[in-house]
Design a binder for this molecule. Sequence first.
Ligand SMILES: C[S@@+](CC[C@H](N)C(=O)[O-])C[C@H]1O[C@@H](n2cnc3c(N)ncnc32)[C@H](O)[C@@H]1O
Length: 366
Amino acid sequence: MTSELGRLIARRIALAGPIPVADFMAEALGHPRLGYYRKALPLGQAGDFTTAPEISQMFGELLGAWLAERWQAMGRPSPCLLVELGPGRGVLLVDALRATRAVPGFHAALQIHLVEINEALRDLQRTALTAHTPVWHERFDDVPAGPMLLIANEFFDALPVRQFQRTPAGWAERMIGLADRDDETLRFALAPGPSPFGALLPQAAEPGAAAELSPAATSLATAIGARLAENGGWALLIDYGRDASGLGLSLQAVRSHRGVDVLDRPGETDLSAHVDFEAVAAAATVAGARILGPVGQGCFLRRLGIQWRAETLKARATPSQALAIDAALDRLIAPDQMGTLFRVLALGDRASTLPDGFSDPPPDTP
Ligand SMILES: C[S@@+](CC[C@H](N)C(=O)[O-])C[C@H]1O[C@@H](n2cnc3c(N)ncnc32)[C@H](O)[C@@H]1O
């Protein structure tokens, strides 16, 4: 049994033919009524996944300190846009703003802009950030121009990817069609001829090899990079992904914290793909931005002093709270948890000094 959205997609395919994987992903996540990110509350223990800011306050606090330092490096512009793409429950910004209350002039300069398509999450963000009067947008392009600090944690991985397979005739696009014309069962198929996108993929790949491209991710990186180059500012993109473009498919589906089939019950299942940080960085560079990273999330957070922050919190904690702080620290920075798979990329203007977190050796463990 598929979902209501699965039936709609099947009807569209029956009428108009197979669709690219990126179109399927865009519908499954963003369909105005039935898309996964349009519906109530995907995050947290009761939802489908848990993100770094939901694991510990330390994550948002350290990112807040990084942002405040960048604001000073930019020459303390006022106003300064603080933009978050896909703020979830607003936890990251709440922690970041609490941690930077004492930075003179910082909060007074900030105008908060949130890019969010989920109404239920917008309500939670409104409650969490009420003191800071945020403004919401459907798309980054709607955010006004100006000096900008931007955060995107686990946002780029939800942007649609196109998939390709190498054939003797060249790179053909992987499509989604129907198992049978009268059936609602979705299945992968291959476009009959080579794709023009093939020119962007490795020409020496063997038949059978597969690859992904995300035009949505690179065009967003271009837009952010161009804004930073023109108006000044810094952006931190944090996501799971790979540093170098290459072969392989990464699109995956998660429901209730478990991996499921990508085509299973669209609209009720989270879909995400590894971010190609090389492609994102190249797009932002061409648009005029300076690039630092990507570095592993563990390395980045250690350079910002997460272990010292954990010690400070533990000094005021009960024994069970201290154990929870250690467990959260491990989850955020250990190489076999989020520390290596999650990458941190900074984009910035060319006028400010370089930021923390990208080149200094990590401080000794306290
Ligand atoms: C995986 S969650 C991450 C939430 C938050 N950044 C965190 O780390 O907890 C993705 C967020 O992006 C939002 N989102 C997903 N696709 C979007 C899109 N195309 N435009 C705007 N927001 C989107 C979701 O509603 C959600 O708030």
